[in-house]
Ligand binder design. Structure first.
Ligand SMILES: NC(=O)c1ccc[n+]([C@@H]2O[C@H](COP(=O)([O-])OP(=O)(O)OC[C@H]3O[C@@H](n4cnc5c(N)ncnc54)[C@H](O)[C@@H]3O)[C@@H](O)[C@H]2O)c1
Length: 352
């Protein structure tokens, strides 16, 4: 990083004990005040808004101490600029609120990896309509991409959730129970299949590849419904993301098609079981979208071309199209619609 990002100014020279002097430098970064002080005996501190965040010692070498603490400040500035810029960019992509139709509703969104994720399209739509959202990220690597988006959504709950890590899913619902005491909607927008399983023939799939695909892509929705049920005392809506490859043999979709068929079936059973409690359950089936998950499917570009050419709307869908349709189903106006697999695909699925 260019160290000129921070413009250090000597603040004042403070006299300390034994006739020694402490040099202090200050810089401004957005709304943050950074201050460095360096003592002649090689001790340096970095404070941000009055709070010490770093301390180093270079005995008898105050110049080296200053250079090193400045590097720490530069790294802070770099990270700060990246997250501030990403948050600004993400905030500007939230659609302007026209009517807060979902005001008062609170929901959990699982599956945001980046700004191309379907879950992000859903989160933007729910938030724009006035709902509050809790957001999860899969691991530390993903956190830096998801955090600015969660901030743009003003998500009061932002937690790690890798469904393979025992206890993490329970921890998310427990926190929601404690902080919100209720839940109005859940968007489950995750799927996974090991490469060998996904890219091979269904007839060749290993037991392990099958189990992992079904576990992450289907069972986790069933478990989320189980954990959400006690929090949806006044009803609610559960969503999961499916694909047309559950109904038809779509080239290269392979074992994921089998998992999505099970997922859509689970939606119907859970809709029947939880319906009397006012809990509605839907699978959303978008047309192909160029997301990170989709990059694991060979010849995906051909799928996009075919979708555009064949769909009555002659158009590909966007994550925002998926988001608003999903948000509509969470509204009380949709209270008698449940157990659906809703296609958001420009009508592709009705054409031979
Ligand atoms: N992209 C498409 O064309 C398309 C079409 C129809 C349905 N879908 C479905 O939409 C959903 C979202 O996918 P996307 O296309 O937005 O891609 P994406 O890569 O943005 O999202 C997939 C998400 O799954 C999460 N995930 C994977 N393993 C996980 C684990 N162990 N624990 C927690 N999270 C995990 C990832 O972190 C990521 O956030 C998936 O169910 C996918 O099958 C995608």
């Amino acid at each position: 990083m260019n160290s000129s990002m921070l413009d250090w100014k000597a603040d004042e020279t403070l006299a300390v004990g034994k006739g020694a002097t402490l040099h202090q430098f200050v810089a401004t970064l957005g709304s943050d005040q950074l201050a460095i002080d360096v003592a002649p005996w090689g001790e340096a501190h970095l404070k941000i808004n009055g709070r010490e965040i770093a301390h180093i010692d270079y005995p008898k070498d105050r110049r080296q101490a200053f250079r090193e603490i400045k590097k720490i400040a530069d790294r802070y500035a770099e990270t700060h600029m990246i997250t501030t810029e990403s948050t600004k960019k993400a905030s500007s992509s939230l659609p302007p609120v026209k009517a807060k139709l979902l005001e008062g509703k609170r929901g959990l969104i699982v599956g945001i990896a980046n700004e191309n994720s379907i879950a992000w399209g859903c989160a933007k739509a729910f938030r724009a309509l006035g709902a509050e959202v809790a957001v999860t990220y899969v691991n530390d690597k993903a956190k830096k991409y998801v955090e600015p988006l969660a901030r743009a959504l003003e998500a009061p709950i932002f937690m790690p959730l890798d469904v393979n890590k025992p206890g993490q899913m329970e921890a998310v619902f427990e926190r929601i129970g404690k902080e919100w005491g209720k839940l109005d909607f859940v968007v489950h927008s995750i799927a996974f299949s090991p490469k060998e399983a996904l890219q091979g023939r269904v007839v060749d799939v290993s037991r392990e590849g099958f189990a992992t695909t079904m576990d992450v892509s289907c069972w986790t929705f069933i478990r989320m419904a189980h954990l959400a049920e006690p929090l949806m005392r006044k009803g609610g809506t559960l969503f999961t993301m499916s694909y047309y490859g559950s109904q038809m043999v779509v080239k290269n979709y392979n074992i994921m098609g089998v998992a999505k068929a099970a997922l859509e079936c689970a939606v119907r059973y859970i809709a029947a079981e939880l319906g009397p409690k006012g809990i509605r359950v839907h699978a959303i089936s978008p047309g192909p979208l160029a997301t990170r998950a989709a990059s694991g499917i060979p010849e995906f570009d051909a799928l996009l071309d075919k979708a555009k050419a064949k769909a009555p709307a002659r158009s590909l869908v966007s994550i925002d199209d998926v988001g608003v349709a999903t948000a509509f189903l969470a509204h009380d106006a949709a209270r008698l619609i449940t157990g659906e697999t809703l296609y958001i695909d420009g009508g592709y699925h009705i054409i031979d």
